[in-house]
Write a protein that binds this ligand. Structure first.
Ligand code: IMP
Length: 422
């Protein structure tokens, strides 16, 4: 049985999609298991740049099967937009994209409430406004509507009527917004059902049977470790478990099926939205990283906050996910810096901490070590040996500090700018 999980180790946007695309070549099935269209997974092929919000990035490999499993919150309009975008480019998904009957739907009222709550709040989270929080809240409240409900129209009507009774009170009375008519949502949902009917399956069973048939599975995490609803920098987090537990509950796979957990790690750190960020650089380095690294949200276009590599944050990801290796991305962005800082410890009130606190991260001070930078452009390197010695030193430093092997290094957006280390 072979199953690999790929997880972001920072606050998202670590370059996961590119790595998933890389690992997809040796997988039979690629699974998105949590989050929703808040994610923006960018893959650059020879021909084109694709941004996927829901469909696993592995769909571009025409011999692969892709699954959106039960842990995902699914925006019907977004899914259809992605299917249509792929069809235009001759990428057919029929017969190789499956959607869990237990995945919850993101409906127009979830998006309206997400935006309204942000607008009304004096302490904003900075959500993507894609309806993620309200949809997961409905799941927990047991008032959500699932993909499988689409197959029973009478039941669907009943669920929708019930949900809208409450949602419209919120929309109208709390936020002064227009109520949403059940007929409008129902019409959209029935149209959606007609297009995806053949894709709806019990993905837990499908994945389990696939494992038994020795098919290899790649689990595609969205967002990053520090945005986890339980282990992240609450309340500045997303509403799902982005850590390894989410891969299990979000698929129903047995825990020991996962043989490798690869932490996708950017060579510096970024964060989009509000919340603590100990190594953020508010000066010219932060600006340089943003511009050179193209650090603008692929879902919202928002500028990302940028800063130095943080070993404590990474160590936290190592512990919470049981990382077996890391894939280091965007190393090329650091070229040209005379000195590169790396946070190696945290201090609070002058005392060293031996863990990464997620609730008072705003009060800690990072302790830095400074490494020599390199001036060479490394974006055309396609082997470890081609790297300048100081870039190699940077990789070694991170690997030694975390006591983790670096399995892959990426030095540019294209598929070919990637090389294996192990
Ligand atoms: P939500 O997931 O839209 O509710 O947003 C909650 C927080 O997670 C906000 O700070 C978002 O900017 C952040 N977030 C959500 N998805 C992503 C992502 O894919 N990459 C980076 N940050 C994200």
């Amino acid at each position: 049985m072979s199953c690999i999980a790929v997880i972001g180790t920072q606050w998202g946007d670590e370059g996961k999609a590119k790595m998933i695309d890389y690992y997809s070549t040796s997988a039979d099935i690629i699974v998105r298991y949590q989050g929703g269209a808040n994610a923006g997974h960018t893959v650059v092929t020879n021909e084109k740049k694709y941004i996927f919000h829901l469909i696993p990035s592995g769909i571009l490999h025409k011999d692969k099967t892709c699954v959106i499993s039960n842990g995902v919150v699914l925006d019907p309009e977004q899914l259809l937009a992605e299917i249509d975008m792929l069809a235009k480019d001759g990428v057919e998904v029929a017969g190789r994209l499956y959607v869990s009957d237990a995945a919850h739907l993101i409906l127009p009222y979830h998006k309206a409430l997400d935006a309204a709550m942000e607008e009304a709040s004096s302490k904003k989270i900075g959500t993507t406004r894609r309806g993620i929080g309200p949809s997961y809240a409905d799941k927990a409240l047991r008032t959500g509507i699932r993909v499988g409900d689409l197959l029973d129209e009478a039941y669907l009507r009943e669920r929708l009527d019930q949900a809208l009774k409450i949602k419209n009170v919120h929309l109208e009375k709390v936020y002064g917004m227009k109520p949403i008519q059940p007929a409008d949502v129902l019409g959209m949902l029935l149209g959606f059902r007609d297009r995806i009917r053949d894709m709806i399956i019990n993905t837990q069973n499908f994945l389990y049977q696939s494992l038994r048939q020795n098919r290899s599975i790649l689990l595609e995490g969205a967002q990053g470790d520090a945005l986890d609803i339980d282990h992240g920098t609450y309340p500045y987090v997303t509403s799902s478990n982005t850590t390894i537990g989410g891969a299990l509950t979000g698929t129903g796979l047995p825990p020991f099926a996962i043989k490798e957990v690869i932490g996708i790690t950017k060579a510096y750190v970024t964060r989009v939205g509000e919340g603590p960020f100990p190594t953020e650089d508010l000066g010219e380095i932060g600006v340089m990283l943003r511009e050179k690294g193209g650090e603008y949200g692929s879902t919202t276009g928002r500028p990302r906050r940028c800063g130095w590599f943080d070993c404590e944050l990474l160590d936290f990801a190592r512990r919470t996910n049981g990382l077996t290796s890391i894939a280091l991305t965007k190393l090329d962005v650091l070229s040209g810096l005379e000195k590169i800082r790396v946070a190696v410890n945290y201090e609070i009130d002058g005392k060293k901490l031996d863990y990464c606190p997620t609730s008072h991260l705003g009060h800690i001070t990072p302790v830095y070590e400074e490494l020599d930078g390199w001036s060479e452009d490394i974006s055309t390197c396609n082997h470890y040996d081609d790297l300048p010695s100081r870039a190699k030193e940077y990789i070694r430093f991170i690997s030694n500090r975390l006591d983790l092997p670096v399995s892959i290094v990426s030095v540019g957006p294209d598929r070919k700018n990637t090389f294996a280390m192990l």
